[in-house]
Ligand binder design. Structure first.
Ligand code: NAD
Length: 418
């Protein structure tokens, strides 16, 4: 996380805020603010030149009341124990808001992967997988890719685990490619949930998303798929951006052509459909109906929030609005569909992948998309119901109220041991 706000403290204050609307004892809330356990391990790995190097790695298992821990593994120099703990907490509430039978976990290694060869990265990953093996498994904890990890790292973890355990267990990892037991629909899942949730928000306001103008910040997997799918819903994408800058045309841009331009040139900047170039900050404050932040956390600060013109924001990115920005948007009655619901398509289709792996029976893309749609619509309905019932200020609060209550219900039914 790039802000100086401690993410673990942010998570805890979100839980405290939501708890004020719930009839749950402080002792139970205390449990929900801390991970059940954190593995911290020091990996000693041989480099290509024969020297040894030490890497610190973490796996936080935040809450397993609703099912096995679930969450990605990131490789980044800024990984900290507190960041991993916070991310594992957010995963707990993300799996709960979409009501899938999983808990929350997250892992990371403090490393800048650019500085290492592929063979070194393989040894580092396999060393971490060896440490993880007693703690993971399809009924225990199911890692997935995150920042700077992908299919390659997941294959190394899965292979190390299966070798040490002398088993075949594709469901121990999700985010696999199709040949290794991945799911249809996974690549588009995050963008798909972002726009389904946005469509529901417009409907809630008595409006049709087909009439909306849309700006998308970040044109990677989550952003560009959101742009393509919202266009398919009839909306007009007027601005898109990436780390180099953005383009704007009030009459609309072709989302697929913009992606092709980015593939060819490395950026959306210079895309001929764009009437004018805009900076990322300008894009966030354009006069549009729907804004989709799909780049980094903390993009919408207090200052930018004051100038936001969109009526609805659907958070494809994790944490794109700072807490102070959130407060400003709440004052302005901007509807923010929170990340834990808007981008939950990714973890939902990961859940479908796990289900298919366990059944050893695979679904077609239409089935995946239909089931994802049903889950996002039902979750949105649960959110708006809580929003009205508790007379809450924001959809974010409502999402936490629903998800915390679900975790509490599971915990209370199970009780404590011993
Ligand atoms: P990605 O790497 O595919 O794309 C990121 C995009 O953001 C790129 O186009 C990049 O140029 C752009 N970007 C980077 N810095 C920027 C800046 N300062 N201003 C504007 N654009 C910038 O990543 P992604 O998978 O699309 O993830 C984007 C966000 O969505 C992240 O917050 C991620 O945590 C979240 N998310 C993704 C998934 C998923 O399944 N891909 C699931 C849940 C959440």
């Amino acid at each position: 996380m790039s802000s100086d706000v401690n993410p673990f403290e942010s998570l805890q204050s979100q839980i405290d805020d939501a708890a004020t609307h719930l009839d749950v004892g402080e002792d139970v809330i205390e449990r929900l603010k801390h991970p059940e356990r954190v593995l911290e391990t020091n990996l000693t790995v041989e480099m290509d030149d024969g020297t040894l190097e030490r890497f610190t790695a973490f796996r936080s298992q935040f809450n397993g009341d609703r099912g096995p821990y679930k969450g990605g593994i990131r490789y980044h120099p800024n990984v900290t124990r507190d960041e991993v703990k916070a991310l594992s907490g957010w995963m707990t509430y993300k799996t709960a808001i979409v009501d899938i039978p999983l808990g929350g976990g997250k892992g990371g290694i403090i490393i800048d992967p650019d500085g290492y060869s592929e063979t070194e990265l393989e040894r580092i990953t396999r060393a971490f997988a060896k440490e993880l093996t007693p703690f993971i498994g399809e009924d225990k904890d199911i890692p997935a890719p995150d920042v700077n990890t992908g299919q390659r790292e997941m294959n190394w973890i899965k292979d190390t685990y299966e070798t040490l355990e002398n088993t075949t267990e594709p469901g121990v990892i999700t985010g696999k490619d199709l040949d290794s037991g991945g799911s249809e629909g996974r690549v588009e899942a995050t963008g798909r949930s972002t726009v389904i949730a946005a469509r529901e928000a417009f409907e809630y306001l008595g409006r049709d998303i087909a009439d909306a103008t849309v700006a998308v910040q970040g044109y990677g997997n989550a952003g560009w798929i959101s742009a393509k799918l919202v266009e398919e819903m009839g909306a007009t994408v007027v601005a898109v951006s990436d780390s180099s800058g953005g383009v704007y045309n009030p009459d609309g841009l072709d989302a697929v052509a913009a992606k092709n331009h980015k593939n060819e040139t490395g950026s959306v900047v210079g895309f001929p459909d764009g009437e004018e170039e805009v900076t990322n900050d300008e894009l966030l404050t354009l006069d549009v109906d729907l804004l989709i932040p799909a780049a980094l956390e903390n993009a919408i600060t207090e200052e930018i929030a004051a100038d936001v013109n969109a009526d609805v924001i659907s958070e494809a990115a994790n944490g794109p609005i700072t807490p102070a920005g959130d407060a400003v948007l709440a004052e302005k009655d901007t509807i923010v569909v929170p990340d834990i619901l808007a981008n939950a398509g990714g973890v939902t289709v990961s859940y479908f992948e796990w289900v298919q792996n366990r059944q050893r029976f695979y679904w077609d893309e239409e089935t995946v998309n239909e089931r994802l749609e049903e889950i996002i619509v039902d979750s949105f309905d649960a959110l708006t119901e809580a929003y009205e019932e508790h007379d809450l200020d924001t959809f974010r609060e409502a999402a936490y109220v629903v998800s915390i209550q679900r975790v509490v219900d599971a915990f209370e039914q199970a009780g404590t041991f011993p």
